[in-house]
Design a protein around this ligand. Structure first.
Ligand code: SOE
Length: 380
């Protein structure tokens, strides 16, 4: 694994846990974690359960005792590491968004497709697909439960930099992160909307806004929080993004991604309205999926609150008795399960790098439209 901050911790937990609850075709061994600073990487290895640590990822991705490389670094390094690892014959799991630009995502997709011909697999980490209620929503749409999809309404709301004195972090620098709320959390709702509907966005128009352009430099970081040090830095990404979209199948979509929704910590809300009913999901109540069946007689029609904690629901049977519920970390564990299962079966895991590239094109089109104020087509 390259990188060992917030995402590195979530991925490590998943690698440690997956084989204890699911039957996997291979047993993950946490061989080596890589970071720029030797002391911090060693401490991370110890804390997160890795056998060893290293500082040079170019050596790590070529090691004979490494079969898979998990990339948990900021976006500016994804392309370089993923392409080197794939060329060295290692399977790759890469955090979202796939890259910082469409050009990088295209190069990564080309490398993944060449590697797939040699039996080497690549997957991008859109982990919220693996929340049981989200996977179940997709299943219900695919079964035709809500009929023809007409509306998708998706928001991702956080507030961790709403305080103008919250310090800088790599997520606020375009060179490192590619974009702000748009790529960091907007990418998730684009993927979720396309995953749940089984459809593809074909055009978008949107706007981006940066509310706070100068912030204290950080002395230290822990997760998303940081303590302010001396000096100030410039925010070079968007704080918030809003956009409209059209789906190939005819549905209309509205998206909002912001880090300024005071009081909202990690609220991901998606509602899908179809000709026969609607589905609604809210990550703040992540074990629940709301389903409305438009065929129910009016006097008792309404949204029914389905607890997605039954053994019949996606992923749930491997965990606790019915009703006991799952959390944020389980999506990452399911991601490892799906990846290792696909590798064992000799098939491409999803979302593929090509799926990640398509999301990247949506992000680029939103960014472009915020300047041109025009609708932008998304090439397929
Ligand atoms: C920060 O906004 C962040 O950590 C994202 O980068 C993750 O993808 C999301 O799961 C939680 O929030």
């Amino acid at each position: 694994m390259v990188g060992h901050a917030f995402m590195g911790a979530a991925h490590s937990h998943a690698w440690r846990t997956a084989g204890h609850f699911f039957d996997l075709p291979a047993r993950p061994v946490l061989r080596v974690v890589c970071g720029r600073d030797a002391e911090r990487a060693a401490a991370a290895a110890d804390r997160l359960g890795w056998e060893s640590s290293a500082t040079d990822w170019t050596e790590v991705v070529r090691r004979d005792d490494v079969d898979l490389v998990d990339i948990c670094t900021p976006g500016d390094t994804h392309a370089e590491i993923a392409i080197a690892a794939l060329e060295a014959g290692k399977h790759v799991l890469c955090e979202k968004p796939l890259a910082n630009s469409v050009a990088e995502a295209e190069a990564m997709t080309a490398a993944a497709e060449a590697a797939a011909a040699r039996g080497v697999r690549a997957m991008v980490g859109f982990t919220y697909r693996r929340v049981p209620a989200v996977a179940y929503a997709r299943q219900l749409v695919a079964e035709g439960r809500i009929g023809e999809v007409r509306h998708v309404r998706a928001v991702y709301l956080q507030d961790w930099i709403a305080d103008p004195e919250a310090p800088m972090s790599w997520r606020l620098e375009k060179d490192k992160a590619g974009s702000g709320a748009l790529g960091d959390i907007g990418a998730h709702i684009v993927d979720m909307a396309q995953f749940i509907t089984g459809d593809r966005l074909t055009s978008v128009t949107g706007q981006l806004r940066t509310f706070v352009e100068s912030r204290p430099l950080a002395a230290e970081h822990a997760g998303l929080a940081g303590t302010a040090g001396s000096g100030r830095g410039t925010v070079t990404v968007d704080d918030a993004a809003m956009f409209l979209g059209h789906f190939a199948g005819g549905a209309m979509a509205v998206f909002e991604a912001t880090r300024f929704a005071t009081g909202r910590k990690n609220a991901i809300r998606i509602e899908v309205n179809g000709s026969l009913g609607s589905l609604a999901f809210d990550f703040e109540d992540m074990n629940v999926l709301q389903l409305h069946d438009a065929r129910d007689p009016a006097p008792y029609a309404g949204f029914r609150r389905i607890l997605v904690t039954e053994p019949e629901h996606p992923y749930v049977a491997a965990w606790w008795p019915a009703g006991h519920g799952l959390g944020y970390e389980h999506g990452f564990t399911h991601q490892v399960v799906d990846l290792v299962t696909a590798i064992g079966a000799g098939v491409d895991p999803t979302p593929t790098f090509a799926d990640g590239l398509q999301v990247q094109r949506v992000l680029a089109a939103v960014e472009e439209s915020s300047t041109t104020r025009q609708w932008q087509e998304i090439p397929s």
